[in-house]
Design a protein around this ligand. Structure first.
Ligand code: ASP
Length: 567
């Protein structure tokens, strides 16, 4: 016996007269006594079954979400019975054999009900999956990953599996630790990324590595973060920045084409980090709308208006509308939360400004110039935040356009706000820009060969050309205050490999779940991941995480300091 020979959603008028065997779930039923109508559902859609209980008394027992098998004939519906709302609406199945394969208790929510609380959806994710949204998203995920794999294969990349349990890679997040029973008191970290292994693959002559890699990072969960996520992770030997960017652009374009959407134009624009910060106040600007930050520091240097004259940096954005007094007060409150002393509107302060100053701002009727005067980083942060906020609030970004771009030429180091120590922006394996090799003398001004991919203001991923010289790698560690001994303890294996014939190499990692979420138009990653965690870090479905009995911990050489029911 075969369970089915046809899928529910594919039957059309032309199939009338065919005998079919179908299997699926009961989406709805209407019992008219002498005739029972059942909408049978599988992932391809719905089809209406018509059952005569005199042939099949079981039909009265059928309830929603029972699993049925039905045999019968496809018949054309009478014109007045055609349902134009479903693709199979011109036909129905006259069932002669009905089998209840599985029963179902009443469900905790109705399949496809969008108003259901998310924790409940996740608690019963397998039911949630029966609905269109998760079916669509998980299949979209699959289509995109396939398109990426095909592209990587065409470009001669080799899929190599790297360990999940590692010594820990410094991607800047906290590690998840794995105790090792055979080595009590010692731990592996779950890989935050395959970073060092993929670099070692290059030293190993693999030339082009990739992986749809699972990564684990112990960070607070947000819309765009999960403890575990997947990235398209790649590394290439004997390449320049442009070679790496080209591969990513091909993957993006192939993904758009695979899902039948118009692909963004290649090459994607490149923007320098300094320009991104100066013009948009962020290194991941949403370029679907303008509202760029303009500089007024020079123009207002000798201003009569003290606030401007005395500030190290004066910048503004011009917003294409005016604000009432209370609207402005609300914006100013937000600006203050972000650290500004105030948010000046040109109208308010124009009496303090000269003709020349006013002319320089070129603000048109119906527009508003909003100024912040302060230290440069504060101005950038506040106006950047204001730009994003207003872009969203005034729906300036709702253009339907998809804007991909690169941010390049990042600083090599930044000061850690807490310790004052130089630290890396992304990870310490990024090479300096040609010409910046002597970064030790002036770490703050050295630029690196790091690059980020941005889609509509979302950071999709990052990469860099790497350091392939042990002495230079050690110089980076020195700048970061990592002494010789610590270098050897943490990265000795890398330094050793870099001394044994390391080719120049570079790579990238793009968040697949992020990419798919955007592609699906979903607001967060949970909607495209089959079994995600919620913000508390819990898994509502299985009830994880759980405490472990003392006996288990003892075997692992661990003692919990937290009192729980179990230990
Ligand atoms: N390892 C980096 C990350 O996971 C990406 C890279 O530099 O290739 O974000």
């Amino acid at each position: 016996m075969s369970w089915r020979d046809t899928m529910c959603g594919v039957l059309r008028a032309g199939d009338a007269g065919r005998r079919v065997t179908l299997a699926g779930w009961v989406d709805a039923r209407r019992d008219h006594g002498g005739l029972v109508f059942i909408d049978l559902r599988d992932h391809t859609g719905l089809v209406q079954l018509v059952v005569r209980p005199e042939n099949d008394p079981l039909a009265h027992d059928v309830r929603n979400e029972f699993v049925l098998q039905a045999e019968g004939e496809v018949v054309a519906r009478a014109p007045d019975a055609v349902n134009p709302n479903i693709p199979t609406g011109e036909v129905e199945i006259q069932v002669d054999t009905l089998r209840i394969v599985s029963t179902s208790e009443p469900l905790p929510f109705q399949i496809g009900d969008e108003s259901v609380d998310e924790v409940l959806r996740l608690r019963y994710r397998y039911l949630d999956m029966r609905g269109d949204r998760m079916q669509r998203n998980l299949r979209l995920n699959h289509v995109i990953i396939n398109a990426i794999r095909r592209t990587m294969d065409d470009l001669a990349f080799v899929d190599v599996w790297t360990p999940s349990m590692t010594k820990g890679t410094p991607e800047g997040a906290r590690d998840f630790l794995v105790p090792v029973r055979l080595q009590p008191g010692k731990f592996y970290a779950l890989a935050q990324s395959p970073q060092l292994f993929k670099q070692l693959c290059m030293v190993g002559g693999l030339d082009r590595y990739y992986q749809i890699a699972t990564c684990w990072r112990d960070e607070d969960l947000r819309a765009d973060r999960q403890f575990e996520f997947r990235q398209l992770d790649l590394e290439m030997s004997f390449v320049e920045r442009e070679d790496v960017l080209d591969v990513l652009e091909r993957c993006v374009v192939a993904s758009f084409e695979a899902v039948g959407r118009e692909a963004p134009q290649r090459p994607f624009p490149r923007m320098g980090y300094a320009e991104a910060i100066a013009r948009y106040g962020t290194d991941k600007p949403d370029l679907r709308f303008g509202l760029a930050i303009e500089d007024a520091t020079e123009v207002t240097r000798g201003s009569q208006f003290d606030v401007f004259a005395n500030a190290p940096c004066v910048r503004y954005i011009v917003v294409p509308r005016t604000f009432s007094r209370s609207e402005h007060a609300r914006l100013e409150e937000i600006a203050k939360e972000w650290g500004a002393k105030g948010l000046a509107q040109l109208g308010q302060i124009s009496k303090f400004l000269s003709e020349a100053e006013l002319a320089a701002f070129g603000v048109q009727e119906g527009s508003t110039a909003l100024f912040v005067a302060d230290e440069e980083p504060i101005v950038a942060r506040v106006l950047g935040g204001m730009r994003t906020h207003l872009g969203r609030e005034l729906e300036l970004a709702e253009t339907g356009e998809e804007v991909f771009h690169w941010v390049v030429d990042f600083p090599m180091f930044e000061r850690d706000e807490d310790t004052g120590q130089w630290t890396f922006l992304h990870h310490p394996f990024t090479a300096p820009m040609p010409g910046a090799e002597a970064f030790e003398g002036d770490p703050g001004s050295a630029l690196s060969q790091h690059y980020d991919l941005i889609w509509n203001g979302w950071e999709l991923g990052s990469g860099s050309i790497r350091i392939h010289d042990a002495a230079m790698q050690q110089a980076v560690f020195r700048v970061m205050g990592i002494g010789e001994e610590e270098q050897q303890a943490k990265f000795g294996f890398l330094l050793e490999a870099l001394k044994l014939g390391a080719p120049p190499h570079g790579g990238f990692a793009m968040g697949i779940d992020r990419f798919v979420a955007r592609m699906a138009g979903e607001p967060d990653l949970r909607q495209v991941i089959a079994f995600p965690k919620v913000a508390s870090g819990a898994d509502p479905l299985t009830g994880g995480p759980t405490p472990m009995p003392d006996s288990v911990l003892r075997e692992l050489g661990i003692k919990s300091t937290v009192e729980t029911a179990e230990n």
